[in-house]
Design a protein around this ligand. Structure first.
Ligand SMILES: CC(C)(COP(=O)(O)OP(=O)(O)OC[C@H]1O[C@@H](n2cnc3c(N)ncnc32)[C@H](O)[C@@H]1OP(=O)(O)O)[C@@H](O)C(=O)NCCC(=O)NCCS
Length: 204
């Protein structure tokens, strides 16, 4: 388990598939997260996907839950990719509980994924994709230091028109420059606890 402020990142269990079935078939949620809102998922398809996740060690899939209530609020994923000897972490998330959008949780999840990428997995860079109309996601990524690096023109067709796909990334050095500020902003009074648990080893 990886704990970050009030959030816990834990493995996806078979019991979570019922909740994932609800989220993965939510038109609006999938329209924002993958820009393929009609890609509904049957329980059988989800079970197959779950089996595939179990085999792929390079692709981490988390359920994000609130530590206090143990309520699952969304998912986060991190895929490790190597281009030659440059290590990239491709990250993504959605908050399935839509009433929690716009309250700063997306930024907290993003910083947690960068901590995993840079402070645990030794990534050189971190990247994320988003669709043109997803302003909430762009704001959250940019607030965490991601820069818009590229545009794939007219890559998605949703609600009657084509939209660009946007590519965001952040390099290790860029992250390290703003890291403490981001940790302070997203962890508040839980900063010390986090640094003690995930940034030091007893006796060293
Ligand atoms: C994208 C997502 C993870 C962001 O998490 P979140 O908790 O909602 O985001 P945050 O509250 O941390 O930040 C959102 C920012 O966008 C702003 N915002 C909220 N609604 C907005 C809107 N409709 N248009 C533009 N900006 C908006 C917020 O004010 C906030 O900016 P601020 O920090 O400057 O105030 C979440 O909204 C979500 O799960 N959306 C659906 C799925 C999705 O889009 N996944 C990401 C795919 S790349």
């Amino acid at each position: 388990m990886f704990e970050f402020g009030n959030l816990r990142f834990r493995p996806t269990e078979k019991e979570d598939l019922t909740l994932l079935h609800e989220w993965e078939n939510d038109f609006e949620l999938i329209m924002y997260s993958r820009s393929k809102p009609l890609n509904f998922m049957s329980m059988v398809q989800l079970e197959k996907q779950f089996e595939d996740w179990m085999k792929d060690e390079k692709h981490l899939h988390f359920i994000v839950e609130l530590i206090e209530s143990k309520e699952a609020i969304g998912i986060a994923r991190l895929r490790q990719e190597n281009w030659g000897n440059v290590k990239t972490a491709d990250i993504g998330t959605y908050i399935g509980k839509k009433e929690l959008w716009g309250k700063g949780l997306g930024r907290r999840i993003t910083v947690a994924l960068m901590e995993m990428s840079f402070n645990q997995l030794n990534a050189d860079r971190c990247e994320a994709w988003s669709v043109e109309y997803n302003h909430r996601a762009h704001k959250a990524l940019e607030a965490c230091g991601f820069k818009k690096g590229g545009v794939v023109r007219k890559a998605a067709f949703v609600n009657g028109r084509k939209w660009d796909g946007l590519h965001f990334d952040i390099l290790r050095d860029e992250y390290l420059k703003t890291r403490m500020d981001l940790l302070k902003q997203t962890l508040g009074n839980k900063l010390e606890e986090y640094l003690k648990k995930h940034c030091t080893i007893k006796g060293h």
